[in-house]
Design a protein around this ligand. Structure first.
Ligand SMILES: NC(=O)c1ccc[n+]([C@@H]2O[C@H](COP(=O)([O-])OP(=O)(O)OC[C@H]3O[C@@H](n4cnc5c(N)ncnc54)[C@H](OP(=O)(O)O)[C@@H]3O)[C@@H](O)[C@H]2O)c1
Length: 241
């Protein structure tokens, strides 16, 4: 059965490779890419680029626009995430570095924006076809795995995202039974997000965005809904919440 894919946060390094790989999959008839940024030139064929400022009104308008298109979605990826931004947002090493406006910016990108999409997609994704809805989390969002400390806002925003994904999965299991929610940890991936922190990554542990995109697409390939969210790494292994 042919279907469509939706990639939100489409300017992300990993999202770009997902879009490229999806556009080479003949079973995916159309890919919709959503970003704050305008489309780059040379988009792969079958990709529709939509801009969205992630205000709730604009998210609702984007979903309404997608609703007018025929066919169902089988793959949705919410890639948004922020670890640093200029001089304004930096991962904190110690409590003295906590700054409320930075935490708010990180939570907006990592937690509130994905939550608004979860809200507006629940009715829209309900259908006959199995649909995987993957939200990019991070292993550092695991409360039980936190041995190192630091990165207060990033960790907490991803932990909060995990809770929201698990909570929404209870409602999705009732209202959109065809949808499987996945909180995904890509591993340390060579993108703008990790670039300032790649110095300490052990040899062989810094992945290319294309490798991660391939891993994720194969993990969600034959998934069927299990009634609760999954928290998975790039190997498809479960991470303790
Ligand atoms: N790279 C890694 O090592 C790594 C490790 C663990 C988890 N992750 C997670 O994987 C996901 C993708 O990361 P990436 O490495 O591909 O990052 P990236 O290239 O830096 O992309 C950043 C993404 O975040 C969105 N974004 C940035 N600022 C935002 C804001 N203020 N409000 C809403 N959205 C905003 C961008 O959306 P637009 O397209 O709208 O600009 C884009 O999708 C993120 O959720 C990240 O936390 C990455």
């Amino acid at each position: 059965m042919s279907s469509k894919a939706l990639v939100i946060g489409a300017s992300s390094g990993i999202a770009q490779r997902l879009i490229c790989r999806l556009s080479g999959d003949p079973r995916i008839e159309r890919i919709y890419a959503v970003s704050r940024s305008p489309a780059e030139v040379g988009l792969p064929a079958r990709v529709n680029w939509l801009t969205c400022d992630y205000s709730e009104a604009d998210i609702a308008e984007t979903v309404a626009l997608l609703n007018d298109e025929p066919g169902e979605f089988s793959r949705v990826f919410i890639c948004n995430g922020m670890l640093h931004e200029g001089d304004r947002v930096r991962p904190e090493k110690r409590l003295e570095e906590i700054d409320l406006s930075s935490i708010e910016a990180v939570f907006r990108a990592n937690t509130f924006t994905p939550l608004l999409w979860l809200k507006h997609l629940v009715g829209f994704l309900r259908g006959e076809q199995v649909c995987t809805l993957t939200l990019f989390s991070a292993r550092v969002g695991s409360i039980s795995d936190n041995k190192l400390g630091g990165w207060y806002s990033y960790r907490a925003s991803k932990a909060a995202l995990n809770m929201l994904v698990q909570t929404a999965s209870v409602e999705y299991a009732r209202r959109a039974k065809n949808v499987q929610l996945v909180a995904f940890h890509p591993g340390t991936t060579d993108t703008a997000l990790s670039r300032p922190f790649q110095g300490n990554v052990p040899e062989g542990k810094l992945f290319s965005a294309d490798f991660v995109a391939e891993r994720l697409l194969s993990i969600v390939e034959n998934m069927t809904p299990v009634g609760h969210a999954l928290y998975l790494d790039w190997q498809g292994r479960e991470i303790p919440w």
